[in-house]
Design a protein around this ligand. Sequence first.
Ligand SMILES: Cc1cc2nc3c(=O)[nH]c(=O)nc-3n(C[C@H](O)[C@H](O)[C@H](O)COP(=O)(O)OP(=O)(O)OC[C@H]3O[C@@H](n4cnc5c(N)ncnc54)[C@H](O)[C@@H]3O)c2cc1C
Length: 384
Amino acid sequence: MLVIGSGASGLAAAVSAEKAGARVALATKGSLQSCNSAKAQGGIQAAFGEDDSPEQHAQDVWKSSHETANMELVEILTSEAPSAIHWLEELGVEFTRENGGYRLARCGGASQKRLLQVGDRTGHAITKALRDAVESSSITLFPNSPLHELEPGWTARVGDHTVQADTVVLAAGGRCFREAEERGELSTNHPGATGEVTKIALGLGAESRDLDALQYHPNGGAWPENMQGYSIPETTRAYGAVLLNADEEEFTDSLGPRDVVAQAIVDEVAKGKGVETPDGRPAVWLDTTRISAHDAELSLPYMLRRYRAGGIDPLAEKIMTYPVLHYQNGGLVIDRDGETTLEGLYACGEIAGGTHGRNRMMGNSLLECVVFGRRAGRAAADRH
Ligand SMILES: Cc1cc2nc3c(=O)[nH]c(=O)nc-3n(C[C@H](O)[C@H](O)[C@H](O)COP(=O)(O)OP(=O)(O)OC[C@H]3O[C@@H](n4cnc5c(N)ncnc54)[C@H](O)[C@@H]3O)c2cc1C
């Protein structure tokens, strides 16, 4: 079995397939660490709260997707979320805890506090644990080996190698880095997020959905310069920060679904009620001074460090923000085990579509990577 990509979804698929008895190879474009997953900060959703349930989580996804998600995939996502978290813990991830339980935050579009965090380096912690598991296994690794060609059957050209595999799992992520370059915009994504693997799968006849639905993160950093294109964690708003216009008025529910909040910011600026960065970019205020020092130190230490290095203390002054291109909501059509519409070809993570419909909630992407990475890895292994 061959896995393409070393983000959270590819690593989860590879580890699960090996555990299920498959001989596994993993090829990735750059180094093993180079992926969007490692940049993820805010957290991962799972219904652990007292008044929460996987059903409630599923309803929130359905609403945030504006009733466009595939509910079969959503129910798998939310019902397997708690066991996915326990699996990550077994691999060594230590989620932030307080008062004997997980420290849970409420993210945009959620009806309950449901977001688990590892400070504000959640993706870093998850990918590190998964990489450790891969590196201590017998999985054959091909770093710096981008997939160039794939023939049904399956024969893959990865870098200078030709690999023959019974099944292939595509886990090559989204395309927002390239899309932003083409639009002349900023993106939160790593430079490998360029989408050519999706094109290869489409060329073979795989079906896709919602590929036109790209997500803007409501809170891209706008100033200082070193923070432009940085995704200010949504947990800032979960812990009390609110969006303000030039007159210091709240103009939207700061914890609404992502697309609604991003659109409200764009509209406010278009009405002339925004502010301007010193280099002339549009922005509104994010009033981070409302976050308590306790919450910031526990859940936003990395964000604080980066802003303070740029000469701004977010606990003492408001920061400037504007939406930034962030995530590919749609992707290859998959079934409940991650199989695409082509037999023996699987897809998981950001390259796959359906789980979020046309608008993803924060914290459900890392979850999707783990839940569907595991399912795709196990199912691909079982086909041997
Ligand atoms: C800054 C930032 C913050 C985020 N914060 C959160 C968060 O708090 N919570 C959350 O749930 N989600 C968050 N997300 C979204 C989430 O991190 C990603 O959507 C998710 O991790 C994608 O995982 P993936 O495994 O599908 O893809 P990636 O992690 O992007 O991995 C894709 C892999 O495929 C490789 N690849 C690409 N092309 C090829 C090729 N041709 N051949 C071989 N390999 C290839 C890449 O090099 C990479 O290794 C965030 C994203 C960003 C950018």
